[in-house]
Design a protein around this ligand. Structure first.
Ligand code: AMP
Length: 409
């Protein structure tokens, strides 16, 4: 039986370390931003009429009367920080990633928490479809390295400004005659931000939306070409995807390509990753106009859904001095095992060896190193595998470490 917290944290570290490796290999540098931001930042970027800003933010006044918010997402803070550091003088493209806690006042359920964790990345200064594809390819590789198979990439484009203007007009034209049947929230959004109606989860709204016009019909030539190129390149690099015209990301800043990646392992349709282009955000937040694309991986969900075989916990051992004179040898042995990457305790065999082994086994420890009078006299160690029950004598402490490592792999 394993200690749950320990396993959970171990898996967090494992996924974080896989992510750091993959992201670094693609040229991303780690970046940290504060957990608190001015509320205004999210209102301006994520959007006043989104669920996140409208219902889900932890917002409060500080002692100076400023309105602050626990960050609900990572893109806006990164963009703000980059602008403050002088984006005009930053060589592009700029590739940044971050790992940390985020906060949304959502209804807690499995895979959905009020404090959750994301691994996110932003690629600024590259407008090419190649950038979209590199990001998606990297994510598939990253999730693959975490042991996920059966990944589905759902893909959609929100088009450029002109495409969205056209689409907004077409949508309003379609929805206006049905105004009375829409939910009060969607009625309000029809005035303020019609595209957000596509986000609605209200059954009646969904029925109306089933026959609504699609963005495809409103795309400009340029937006259509970009999206087609993304698909061609995904085919080229062998990433399979599904076009999903119902994919709406719940944030206003997205433009162009948007995507979500989910896994068969998760069962539910909840996505592991969401992301997309946001070519206008840097300018909207006061920086030099810079195209950009980013994503966020839901770390909690990845950890929960990750296939069991991927959990590579360190081997665990307990060294048991069976005689008071064996203590010094036990301490030295433990130090060597720890150096070799084996998680090692020095146990207590005062209540008998049987009891000590039972305790170790219940704690999920596989290896027991026994040092009694015989072992001291022979300058040897007894190594017991608590899973198979096999016991062997080992002549050096290095051999002890390598046997534990080899057998555990
Ligand atoms: P978003 O920032 O909404 O695009 O979400 C990106 C990813 O973060 C999602 O696909 C989820 O995996 C994860 N995520 C978002 N909200 C939560 C939450 N409340 N609890 C756990 N994971 C979340």
């Amino acid at each position: 039986m394993r200690v749950l917290d320990e396993v959970a944290s171990g898996r967090f570290h494992q996924v974080e370390s896989i992510a750091r490796n993959v992201l670094t290999a693609y040229g991303y540098a780690e970046f940290r931003t504060p957990i608190l931001e001015h509320t205004e930042l999210f209102v301006r970027s994520v959007g006043q009429s989104t669920d996140i800003v409208g219902k889900e933010m932890y917002t409060f006044e500080d002692r100076g009367g400023r309105s602050l918010t626990l960050r609900p997402e990572g893109t806006a803070p990164v963009v703000r920080a980059v602008i403050e550091r002088g984006i005009r003088n930053t060589p592009m493209p700029l590739k940044l990633f971050y790992i940390g806690p985020y906060f949304r006042y959502e209804r807690p359920q499995k895979g959905r928490y009020r404090q959750f964790h994301q691994i996110g990345a932003e690629l600024l200064g590259d407008a090419r479809p190649e950038a979209d594809v590199e990001v998606i390819q990297m994510l598939v590789e990253l999730l693959g390295a975490c042991g996920f198979s059966g990944l589905t990439v759902a893909l959609q484009t929100l088009g450029d400004d002109e495409s969205r203007d056209r689409f907004r007009a077409t949508l309003v034209e379609y929805l206006t005659p049905q105004h009375e049947r829409l939910s009060p929230e969607s009625q309000e959004r029809l005035e303020s931000n019609p595209l957000r109606i596509l986000d609605s989860k209200v059954r009646g709204d969904r029925e109306i939306l089933a026959d609504a016009p699609r963005i495809d019909g409103s795309l400009t030539e340029e937006a259509r070409k970009h999206f087609e190129r993304v698909q061609q390149l995904l085919d080229l690099v062998g990433v399979s995807y599904r076009l999903d015209s119902s994919l709406v990301r719940g944030l206003d800043y997205y433009t162009g390509t948007v995507f979500e990646i989910s896994s068969d392992e998760l069962g539910a349709q909840d996505a592991l990753v969401g992301g997309g282009r946001y070519d206008n955000l840097v300018a909207e937040l006061g920086g030099t106009s810079t195209p950009a694309i980013g994503f966020a991986i839901g770390l909690d969900r990845v950890v929960e859904a990750m296939p069991e075989t991927q959990a590579q916990d360190r081997p665990r051992a307990v060294v048991l001095p069976l005689h008071h004179e064996a203590l010094a040898t036990a301490l030295r042995t433990a130090a060597v095992l720890r150096d070799a990457g084996i998680s090692t305790d020095v146990g207590d065999a005062d209540r008998g060896i049987g009891k000590a082994l039972q305790v170790a086994d219940r704690r999920g420890i596989r290896w027991a190193v026994l040092i009694g009078e015989d072992e001291l006299a022979a300058e040897e160690w007894s190594l017991k595998d608590l899973i198979s029950g096999d016991q062997q004598r080992v002549g050096t402490v290095q051999e002890l470490a390598s046997t534990i490592q080899q057998e555990t792999d």
